[in-house]
Design a protein around this ligand. Structure first.
Ligand code: ATP
Ligand code: MG
Length: 336
């Protein structure tokens, strides 16, 4: 079990349990988490309440997805002895903080949040937004501040939400006293990995993701289905790597050859099929050790439950303390 080190700076980051994790998670956030867990007191939230913003009807998937996401953490190298992994819904203090913070946020500000606007549009709910969906950046502020996180490793889509959190912290501290910590976003090497469709961000919910657990055959199938440069009809047509999804993945996962591939694509001296075969091999070699670890952990379901239970207990203790401080600052403490 991890010792929460109060001298270390804290990290809070996390994911929605809406499916297994994908390559975008790896380059956007997971890679940083694995690197930073030695230097920071790290907390990872599995945001099942936030999953409800889009999946409140299909709740039967969430429990399994919590397990999948936790398995992915362990297989990429998140170490529960260094990192606290916990489940959002099991910490009611987060919901309590959300209510307090909701007084400090203007609805018009939430409506102008660019990520909310994009997600609402992409999910087809732009004219039918629920209170919970519109307000999830406020709930996210509670996720980040209950443990007084200094740093939040995220993909680009989360930047407006971190800004919202910073705004809430500043308002709260100004109104009631210096209780909360203003966090900073840390965006990964690839801030937004494009999906296989070549248009939207790679997402668990958009049917455009290459998952960390995909088998070599599925990886091949997905790489070959990825949208590429439509101008390359004949093998020696000059290409435009900047609009090619396969090239975007070379850029993210094939540091060694990416420059050479860019040059030969532009000159039309590499065939798309060779470029795709090469990428398939690169991704499969990258995923092989991750999947090997996943297979081992998959056999130990009790361990997964144990990690989640212990992490949730640790996070809850910290959340309780923060809520006491918050209520004191807001003069909502009545009985000593
Ligand atoms: P969903 O479609 O259910 O919203 P998602 O794929 O967007 O799932 P989240 O759980 O919402 O994943 O995001 C978890 C973290 O991963 C966030 O920090 C987010 O910015 C980052 N992330 C997600 N997708 C990408 C991507 N394609 N590129 C870079 N970072 C990403
Ligand atoms: Mg998302």
């Amino acid at each position: 079990m991890k010792n929460n080190n109060t001298d270390m700076m804290r990290i809070l980051t996390g994911d929605r349990p809406t499916g297994p994790l994908h390559l975008g998670h790896y380059v956007g956030s997971l890679k940083n988490r694995v690197l930073l867990q030695d230097r920071y007191d790290m907390f990872i939230i599995i945001a099942d309440v936030q999953a409800l913003t889009t999946n409140y009807i299909n709740v039967d998937r969430i429990k399994n997805d919590v397990r999948e996401v936790c398995l992915d953490y362990l297989s990429v190298g998140i170490n529960p002895k260094k990192t606290t992994i916990f489940i959002q819904s099991q910490i009611p203090e987060i919901a309590e903080l959300t209510i307090f913070y909701s007084m400090l946020v203007k609805i018009s500000f939430l409506k102008h949040n660019p990520t909310i606007k994009t997600e609402a549009l992409e999910k087809g709910v732009e004219n039918n937004l629920s209170y919970g969906f519109l307000g999830y950046p406020v709930s996210q502020a509670a996720d980040i501040t209950f443990c007084k996180a200094n740093l939040v490793p995220v993909g680009e889509d989360q930047i407006p939400h971190i800004e919202q959190t910073r705004e809430i912290v500043r308002r709260f501290n100004k109104l009631y006293g210096p209780v909360l910590v203003e966090p900073k976003a840390l965006v990964g090497e690839v801030p937004r990995l494009v999906g296989l469709d070549g248009k939207l961000k790679m997402s668990k919910s958009y049917n455009n993701a290459l998952f960390l657990k995909d088998s070599p055959e599925i990886v091949k199938k997905k790489v070959f289905s990825a949208v590429t440069d439509p101008a390359r009809i004949h093998p020696n047509d000059p290409g435009h790597p900047e609009i090619c999804t396969v090239f975007a993945y070379h850029n993210a996962f094939n540091e060694k050859e990416v420059l050479e591939i860019e040059q030969s694509c532009k000159k039309g001296t590499i065939r798309c099929i060779d470029c795709k075969n090469n990428l398939t091999n690169i991704i499969n070699s990258f995923l092989a050790p991750i999947q090997e670890k996943r297979n081992t952990f998959e056999k130990h379901q009790d361990l997964i439950i144990d990690i989640l239970k212990t992490g949730t207990k640790q996070a809850k203790n910290i959340a309780k303390k923060t809520v006491v401080e918050v209520k004191q600052a807001m003069q909502l403490d009545y009985f000593g």
